[in-house]
Design a binder for this molecule. Structure first.
Ligand code: SF4
Length: 257
């Protein structure tokens, strides 16, 4: 992993309300304990956000721990009482600096006091297991979304070089499930994979799965990878995604509702 630039910051707010109709959304507030992300995935759409565009360093090379995030969340207990929280939409709450700062852990402790209707934790990192003790206390109100866009670790190394290995992710997902936590595989976006093998691996590691395609590639770091852009826009890619979806349906991982 390349050297990560860490800038501790204080913020005015740590919660972002979800706009629009509640029925159309699965969360009321997103919660991002960090700004920036050391994973630096090539397809990450967050590089288009103003705070990322304004940063002089490339996406993936910096992270700003929001040092007052747990404190602000504590002050917002009433606001989130009984609500649905998604952690996180613009960072990975279990990126490696969490071992040093424990902001996600401290936020979880506050959320345990907020009678949440639903907590969705979204990550691709084994560090989530550090907080198993707290996560289990949310019971069936907790869902873990686990990002795993391919079964091919060479593809992972090319497009998510700082992220945990595919084998490591599958292992973490299985451990979470064994602990009784609902795990939803986020195959989003689908990268090059072997649909048959991938669906088989996911059926052992996840309760459900959802799939999305590579999008906005011209506005992510994929724009510098012409060969990849051509592939993701091509017919072979569409057919691969369709086959993966079909196999996930057959495996019972994709359900309506
Ligand atoms: S882990 Fe998520 S937020 Fe971080 S770079 Fe990858 S896609 Fe973006």
């Amino acid at each position: 992993m390349s050297l990560l630039q860490i800038e501790e910051i204080g913020v005015r707010s740590v919660l972002t309300p979800q706009e629009g109709e509640r029925a159309l959304s699965f969360y009321d507030f997103s919660l991002n304990p960090y700004q920036g992300c050391g994973m630096g995935c090539s397809y990450c759409y967050v590089i288009r956000y103003p705070f990322a565009e304004a940063h002089p360093a490339p996406w993936g090379a910096w992270v700003r721990p929001k040092m007052n995030a747990p404190f602000l969340l504590g002050k917002a207990r009433q606001k989130v009482w009984g609500k649905r929280i998604f952690m996180s939409t613009a960072t990975d709450p279990y990126q490696y600096v969490e071992r040093k700062y424990r902001l996600t852990r401290r936020c979880l402790k506050v959320l345990l006091e907020c009678n949440l209707e639903r907590l969705t934790v979204h990550t691709r990192s084994h560090l989530i297991l550090d907080d198993l003790d707290l996560l289990l206390r949310f019971g069936d109100r907790l869902v873990v979304g686990f990002s795993i866009p391919t079964d091919d670790d060479e593809e992972r190394k090319r497009l998510e070089p700082n992220a945990p290995t595919i084998a490591g992710r599958l292992k973490t997902m299985r451990r979470l499930r064994e602990a009784g936590i609902e795990v939803r595989a986020a195959v989003a976006p689908v990268l090059r994979c072997c649909p048959e093998r991938f669906a088989g691996l996911l059926s052992e590691a996840a309760d459900r799965a959802w799939v999305d395609t590579v999008r906005h590639e011209g506005q992510t770091y994929l724009r510098d990878r012409q060969e990849d852009v051509a592939f993701f826009r091509g017919r072979a890619y569409r057919e691969m995604v369709e086959e993966l979806e079909a196999r996930l349906w057959m495996a019972g991982l994709m359900r309506r509702g």
